[in-house]
Design a protein around this ligand. Structure first.
Ligand code: FMN
Length: 208
């Protein structure tokens, strides 16, 4: 059964990004009733701290040496997390913008799965090679301010270019971004932004 993986990256009950993501996934499910939908809440499921044996395992790979028992066990956690992504034919990442970028849980997940020999490899002759196959991926980013143009009052959206590059690095190039914002401030612009984003997502869901 093909799988869609929905990564929830906001810890909030009233999350705009989670609501938009779930709305999209519901529409997708209606159009694709035979698909398996897996929700991965980064705030509810454990992620390893990137220190100790999992960190040493990364350097073991970089230095081309074998793993200790501890490093192998720690690396297996990264393998399982990367496998959840690798086995998904479609990916939805719904995330807040936090301090112009992404929440630390999403960054932590990226740090854990971005491992040599797992999601990318380095060849001195040819450089970095991604190891995951490309797949349609949707990133929904909710922000308090309106970052639809990539800027707001001189502040730059660094979440979008960062995620585009981090996903491209491991092989996922077919990424569409849908911003939801402003989500704070006066009620009318919030409602308009939400309606516009949801309309766009509903259109995307049938051909994702
Ligand atoms: C720690 C933190 C940092 C934030 N930083 C920004 C920011 O840099 N730019 C912005 O427009 N909004 C920022 N916000 C507001 C959130 O982006 C906004 O509330 C958004 O709706 C959060 O997504 P969610 O509704 O899915 O939780 C921040 C909120 C928090 C809690």
């Amino acid at each position: 059964m093909p799988k869609l993986l929905h990564m929830i990256c906001s810890p909030r009950e009233q999350s705009e990004s989670s609501a938009a993501g779930r709305m999209f996934v519901d529409q997708f499910r209606q159009a694709h009733p035979d698909w398996d939908i897996e929700e991965f809440d980064l705030w509810r499921e454990p992620l390893p701290e990137f220190t100790g044996p999992i960190l040493d395992a990364k350097y073991a790979r970089i230095d081309g040496r074998g793993f200790s028992h501890e490093e192998r066990d720690a690396f297996a956690v990264a393998e399982r997390l990367a496998m959840r992504l690798a086995l998904a034919e479609r990916v939805v990442i719904s995330t807040p913008m936090w301090n112009f970028s992404i929440p630390y849980k999403l960054k932590q997940w990226i740090d854990v799965i971005s491992q040599p020999g797992l999601t990318f490899r380095f060849d001195p002759a040819t450089g970095y090679l991604p190891l995951l196959s490309d797949r349609p991926t949707l990133v929904i980013i909710a922000s308090g301010s309106d970052f639809i143009t990539g800027m707001n009052r001189g502040r730059i959206d660094m979440a979008t270019p960062y995620l585009r590059e981090a996903l491209r690095f491991i092989g996922i190039r077919s990424v569409q971004f849908v911003p939801v914002g402003p989500t704070t401030g006066p009620a009318d612009p919030i409602r308009d932004a939400r309606d516009n984003a949801h309309r766009r997502l509903a259109e995307l869901a049938s051909r994702f």
